[in-house]
Design a protein around this ligand. Sequence first.
Ligand code: SAM
Length: 234
Amino acid sequence: MSLGTLFVAATPIGNLEDISLRALRILKEADYILCEDTRTTRLLLNHYEIKTDTISYHQHSGFGKIKQLLRYLEAGKNLVLVSDAGTPGISDPGSMLVAAAREEYGEALQVVPIPGASAVISALSVSGWPVDRFTFFGFLPHKKGRQTMLKEILANDYPAVFYESKHRLAKCLHEIAALVDEYELSVEIMLARELTKMFESLYFGQAAELAEKLENDLDMQKGEFVVLVRKIKK
Ligand code: SAM
């Protein structure tokens, strides 16, 4: 049995030019592209005139779907896993399929990363902060565990990074401001908005001042955000 290869490929987080030549070649040559949302990935594929067949694979795909994909690998088919944007597995589907495939075939299966864009790394790269060490928290929970995670973020000695929706960003900044007061901390925040897109912006400041700025600026409330937090020594 000659197994196919499972590629895990990063795709752009906005600007369609942010994709490697290797990723484009692998997407073109593969037998199937496994997409979080086939319609979203089709926009990228159409842009680069890539005609490879797509298969839907997302967080709600059950074990039956994973089994089907493993059969493709057994048939020697090469699969490329992509998410809607950025790097699969980073607050995105992917790890379950990789884990299941590795459990089934061990080291006989080649799982090959095709690196590229990721919102968290892009935001860190333009922070200007010392980020040789940082902690990534993924998405801030909506309700249960939210306060605990925020406290953990503020207890951290290294810069902390997380994803937050535009709908809860003002609330998040107010929550951080309250904890900063309660624990008498000094904290700087960076908001990275719409990275690589037309309205890309970076905002720096204290939580309370950024909350006020956000509430008074409708444009600032639009788009996708990465939030960075660091403690300043008093
Ligand atoms: N796997 C992706 C990655 O590697 O970047 C992240 C996927 S996660 C489901 C999507 C979240 O990433 C968004 O809700 C937002 O917080 C952040 N994000 C994605 N694209 C972004 C962008 N262009 N600018 C700022 N944040 C972005």
